[in-house]
Design a protein around this ligand. Structure first.
Ligand code: 3PG
Length: 394
């Protein structure tokens, strides 16, 4: 893969696929991490004398939808880039109007295309649409790691039709850190997996089990594993149809001599809301009238020890219902223990856990917090990402 800093961009139309799929409340951006993380690449292209064209999707529109316009994103980008560079927002991502804007674009200017998914051809990876996007570009740069698991027109289809292609600086950072974890982790290597469903994480567990020294499980999926071992879990959320799969995972861990570590105590309640009473259960088993909503204090201490003695730590998925403050301690402990371990490479694999780390103000104390949700999961599963594959030069 070539990278943007090895390319000659002066006077060229540089088409940068970014992932500006940011969380919105109405028209307000609630987390601008993905925009800020794309700035180094955008700035680099501008400094190198490029005419920058930015393209992204936002949400999952079924056609043009003003609520999912990239306008708020363009406004935020204007604030972040500062007055030195003009940012123009097109009202579409293809068509004559866009062609004219591209033709008139000058070095040092940024043209941001409107939401790619206003056209169904984007997700369909349509050839004519791909070629039209490609016609706007002399150079194609992919910096959208978060969308690299999608084989869409802007991440895959258009790439062969542009003369030069390469990856941006965010893409490079993501591939270096996540790739390092997968290929060459310093030992001891500890992985922490949480979240509600075993089914979401099963392939990640399978791919990490042979690589890690310990795999710590939290979140609701821990209850499926506990139940698979015959332990009572009360009213906790369990995927009944995944019990035998969980058993197989536990057996695989034993065969591989990898410790698959489950919670030994819990923070519980009668209901999964902030209304229910908080009950600490100092046992692996949970009484019939309670449900587990976070890992307990003994488990927190144990997981923290594992994390602090590791040389590589990768984490994906919260340890409990962290969006409710009284069930956030487990997730907070994992984030803080990672931040305290300065001797380790510490990587957070996107999604909810990345949001938690950002909310807690700990993101800059870790080696890397991925901007990918689904993409980092698929990467950790060991799968090839279409957006990355498209950049590989033969
Ligand atoms: C993401 O947020 O995971 C990416 O932007 C991809 O979005 P999608 O799941 O709608 O394809």
């Amino acid at each position: 893969i070539r990278y943007i800093d090895d390319m000659q961009l002066t006077g060229k139309r540089v088409f940068i696929r970014v992932d500006f799929n940011v969380p919105l409340e109405g028209r307000r951006i609630t987390d601008d991490t993905r925009i800020r993380e794309a700035l180094p690449t955008i700035r680099r292209a501008l400094e190198m004398g490029g005419k920058v064209i930015l393209a992204s999707h936002l949400g999952r529109p079924k056609g043009p939808d003003p609520k999912l316009s990239l306008e708020p994103v363009a406004n935020r980008l204007i604030e972040l880039l500062g007055p030195k560079h003009e940012v123009i927002l097109a009202d579409d991502c293809v068509g004559d109007g866009v062609r004219k804007l591209v033709k008139d674009l000058k070095e040092g200017q940024v043209l941001m295309l409107e939401n790619l998914r206003f056209h169904k051809e984007e997700e369909a990876n349509d050839d004519a649409f791909s070629r039209e996007l490609a016609s706007f570009a002399d150079v194609y740069i992919n910096d959208a790691f978060g969308t690299a698991h999608r084989a869409h027109a802007s991440t895959a289809g258009m790439v062969p039709h542009v003369k030069e292609k390469g990856a941006g600086l965010l893409m490079r950072k993501e591939l270096e850190y996540l790739g390092g974890v997968m290929k060459n982790p310093a030992k001891p290597f500890v992985a922490i997996l949480g979240g509600s469903k075993v089914s979401d994480k099963i392939k990640v567990i399978e791919s990490l089990l042979p690589k890690v020294d310990a795999l710590l499980i939290g979140g609701a999926m821990a209850y499926t594993f506990l139940k698979a071992q015959g332990i009572e879990v009360g009213k906790s959320r369990v995927e009944e149809d995944k019990l035998s799969l969980a058993t197989r995972m536990l057996e695989a861990a034993q065969r591989l001599k990898t410790s698959l570590v489950l919670p030994v105590d819990h923070v519980c309640s009668t209901e999964p809301t902030d209304k229910g009473p908080v009950r600490e259960v100092v046992d692996r088993a949970i009484p019939a009238d309670l449900m587990g909503l976070d890992i307990g204090p003994k488990t927190r201490a144990m997981y923290s020890e594992h994390i602090k003695s590791a040389k590589t730590v990768v984490w994906n998925g919260p340890m409990g219902m962290f969006e409710i403050g009284k069930y956030a301690a487990g997730t907070r402990t994992v984030a803080e223990s990672m931040a305290l371990n300065k001797d380790a490479i510490t990587v957070v694999g996107g999604g909810d856990s990345a949001a938690a780390v950002t909310q807690m103000g700990l993101a800059n104390k870790l080696s890397h917090v991925s901007t990918g949700g689904g993409a980092s999961l698929e990467f950790l599963e060991g799968r090839e990402l279409p957006g990355v594959k498209a950049l590989e030069t033969k």
